[in-house]
Design a protein around this ligand. Structure first.
Ligand code: CTP
Ligand code: MG
Length: 212
């Protein structure tokens, strides 16, 4: 069996949530948001490494987060030289399931370098100019909203995150950096509950679902 290592970017400040502490450490349904994801990842991975903000980064398998999300992923990956498969998962998505992680791992067939959780677009998608004028309506069939977990062959992810700070900061997910190498990434349909906590209203929805 290949060494499977979980990498959890938890190094953000949670500006849009506006809590009294970094988002990953905000208590949700009785425990820090981060803990929900760690429970699931630890069931599937040989080891899980968390990239956390300064002051929250001590303890075994915790490293200091970076200036951007992808820089945090890189810091965690550097701490896992044994990793053959990397499972990247945002601390901000506490409703991840073991089944979803396992389906992403299973999608990593020969010739596939990355498998990423995604939801088919349910809203109509339009492109608009800066002033709000609609430019066009996109064909939403074939469009996916991308989430985490994102599972990669670790050596491919290592090459993908070997970029300067600006390129890492510009990446909105890790798969885009892997795609830029010309590597093959596929989507894996996620359950609709795998939502991300961004704002206070998300926290309330997630809290209700976790309490269930
Ligand atoms: N993250 C990180 N390191 C950073 C920035 C973000 O590890 N420098 C992590 C966050 O902790 C979170 C995930 O990446 O688990 C997704 O980022 P996001 O939802 O944007 O969280 P924050 O950056 O903390 O929130 P905000 O953008 O509102 O400040
Ligand atoms: Mg952010």
């Amino acid at each position: 069996m290949s060494a499977v290592v979980g990498l959890v970017p938890a190094g953000g400040s949670g500006e849009r949530l506006g809590a009294d502490r970094p988002k990953a450490f905000v208590v949700c349904a009785g425990r820090p948001l981060l803990e929900w994801s760690l429970d699931v990842l630890r069931e599937v991975c040989d080891r899980v490494i968390v990239a956390a903000p300064e002051g929250y980064d001590d303890g075994e398998n915790f490293v200091r987060g970076g200036d951007s999300r992808s820089a945090s992923v890189r810091n965690a990956l550097v701490a896992a030289p044994e990793a053959e498969i990397a499972v990247v998962h945002d601390a901000a998505r506490p409703l991840v399931t073991r089944d979803l992680v396992e389906r992403c791992l299973a999608a990593l067939e020969p010739g596939v370098d990355g498998a990423i959780a995604a939801a088919p677009m349910s809203d109509t998608v339009k492109e608009a100019a800066a002033d709000g004028r609609v430019l066009r309506t996109l064909d939403r069939s074939g469009l996916w909203a991308i989430q985490t977990p994102q599972v990669f062959r670790a050596d491919v992810l290592r090459r993908a995150v070997e970029r300067d700070a600006a390129a890492l900061a510009a990446a909105t997910d890790d798969a885009s950096l892997v795609e830029e190498l010309g590597a093959t990434v596929r989507v894996v349909e996620a359950p609709p509950e795998n939502i991300k906590v961004t704002r206070e209203s998300d926290l309330r929805i997630v809290e209700a679902l976790l309490a269930d």
